[in-house]
Structures are given as C-alpha cells and as structure tokens.
Write a protein that binds this ligand. Structure first.
Ligand code: SF4
Length: 325
C-alpha cells in the first residue's frame, strides 16, 4: 500500500487552555494508480489533513498517529528529510494556480527548474522535458507558449501548468486541493480528464480534495467524507454516491444541483440546515446531531464509534449500515 494513514489526530496548542483537537480518528489507505476523493464543507478538517500529509503544519500544531508512505512514517521525519519527500515524491496542486506559479518567470523555466532541482539533467534536457509536460497537459501550441508568463494564460491553462510542474518531478503521490473550484464547468471537465489519464498512465496515487461531490464522483475510486474534523463515511465512490449510508452524505447529495431535479417547491436547492459546529464547542455525542434529521436522544449520549461493515464500507452513525440504507 503506497499510503496508509492510521488514527491521525491533529491538535493545536492554546495558551490558557488544553490543546484543541482539529482532526480526530482519521484513517485511510491509497494504492498506486488509484484516486481517493476527500469531501467535506469548510471546517471539516480537509486543509489540516493535507498540511499534515505534506509536513507543513505550523509549529503550534501537532499531529499524532501515523502517515505511512511506502512504509516510512512521515510524522517521524525531520524537516530536511521531509523536504526530500515534498515535491519530489509527493506533489501538490492548489485551487488557485497562481499560488504555485511565479508571476515573474516564464512557465517553461518554472517546470524546468523543478526538474533540475531534483534530477541531474542539462538545461536543454529539462526544457525539452518541460515541453513534453506542457503537451501532455494539453496546452495548445505548447512549443510557442513555453515562453509565456502566467498572466498571459487563462485560469484553466494556469491550472494545467500547475499540474505539469507537479508531475514533472515524477511524484508517486499527487495531492490536489480543490483544483477545479475556480474554473468554469467545461474547463473543469477537461482538467478532470487530464487527471484521469495521468493517474492511469503514470500509476501515481491521487488524493483529490473537494467540497463538490460531482467532481469526486467523476474521478475518485474511493470516497472519504469528513465532517467537523472526523470521518463520517468511506467506501467505493459509486457505492457511497448511489447508496449513501450517513445522513450527512445524504444531505450533501441532496444539495447537489441536478438537471431536472433537486430543486424544492420554492425553487431553492435543498440544503443541510445549520452550519458545521465550532471545534471548540462541539455538541455532545454525534458531531452532526444538531443538523441531522434522524437524530434521537441516543445520538447525543456519546460520539458514535467508527464501524466497518461486512462489505468494507466505513460509517460513523449509530444507525448502522442496514438502518441507514
Ligand atoms: S448518530 Fe444520530 S445524529 Fe449522528 S448522523 Fe447518525 S442518526 Fe444522525
């Protein structure tokens, strides 16, 4: 197994109080050539989880548990060792590609620079390889565009360059954080096609984080649903989206815009009532209790344990898979 996260918890130190737990009891696995979709609203713990995976948690925040990457626990590595993993073995793609691009440097030079940082190749070889990557991510007229600056490109093209920069390091694992959120639907579909093709052709593992179940459903083999810092449901994407077991997953699906459906009598999309609770003031018992239409008194007695059903799907709800189905 290329990546195995076990019992991950993330705590932030507070000056006059006990540390606050930001992420609790998160575990998942990812094999090479597979895509894991992680979905959740703001405040679900997605960003903290990603920072822990790439070793970029601030000093006041501490992760415990283990993040086994090809058998090495990333949480046990020092910054110098983690620097060798980040970029070269684990690539990152951000929501806003300008975050990753240098506005003052030509895109071809930016890709080539990454190649030469990690491998001993000549400048000419690195440039030739940069051109191949630009063609691979379908930049039109790549031979000419290799010398353009980021501001001369559209948002979709900049995102393709971001993907090319990450892949040019030949990572084993790629982490994409809301990579299509800022793009229109057509460009979004093209970017997802590129991910699909690259994951199967290059055999990289992909973690795609999104608040959009449509994006996750389009590309992910497995789906992990996070809520208020913990996992609520996990399983093969098709099963989770067609037969969701957790009331929260069902709420997310009901809130998805659909052609010819999903709109209530008043013309509004159904929404999940309320908001994600503050981690400093979680409700007693189930974290979703204040928003759940199936809540009973038993839900507020204690936080439901994570359970794995006979078919391998995971769930955190006292209803259990049979009742939820
Ligand atoms: S444990 Fe209760 S409140 Fe929580 S999701 Fe399940 S039914 Fe809803």
């Amino acid at each position: 197994m290329m990546l195995e996260v076990r019992d991950l918890a993330i705590d932030i130190a507070r000056p006059d109080a006990e540390p606050l737990r930001l992420v609790n009891d998160v575990s998942f696995r990812l094999a090479a050539g597979r895509t894991l979709g992680i979905v959740g609203e703001s405040g679900s713990g997605k960003s903290m989880l990603l920072k822990a995976l790439i070793g970029l948690l601030p000093g006041t925040i501490r992760a415990t548990g283990s993040i086994l990457f090809d058998g090495t626990d990333l949480l046990a590595l020092g910054e110098a060792e983690m620097c060798r993993v980040r970029g070269r073995r684990i690539g990152m793609i951000f929501q806003e590609p300008m975050t990753a691009l240098n506005p003052a440097q030509r895109i071809g030079d930016q890709i080539a620079e990454g190649i030469r940082w990690h491998r001993r190749v000549s400048a000419a070889e690195a440039r030739a390889e940069a051109l191949q990557w630009l063609e691979r991510v379908r930049i039109p007229d790549a031979r000419r565009r290799i010398d353009t600056y980021p501001h001369e490109m559209s948002g979709g093209q900049r995102q393709r360059v971001g993907i090319a920069i990450a892949l040019a390091m030949r990572p084993d694992l790629l982490i994409a954080d809301e990579p299509t959120t800022a793009l229109d639907v057509t460009v979004q579909a093209e970017i997802l096609d590129i991910f699909d093709e690259l994951v199967s052709d290059l055999g990289v593992g992909l973690i795609l984080v999104s608040h959009d179940l449509g994006v996750i459903g389009r590309i992910a083999d497995e789906t992990l649903v996070l809520y208020a810092g913990t996992r609520m449901e996990e399983g093969p994407t098709e099963a989770v989206l067609r037969h969701p077991r957790h009331p929260y997953t069902r709420g997310l699906l009901a809130a998805m815009p659909r052609r010819g459906g999903g709109v209530g009598a008043g013309g509004d999309l159904p929404t999940i009532p309320g908001t994600v609770p503050s981690l400093a003031a979680l409700p007693p018992g189930c974290r979703f209790a204040n928003r759940c239409g199936c809540v009973t008194e038993a839900c507020r007695a204690a936080e439901p344990a994570w359970r794995t059903a006979a078919d391998g799907r995971g769930l955190r709800c006292i209803l259990g898979p049979e009742a939820a189905a």
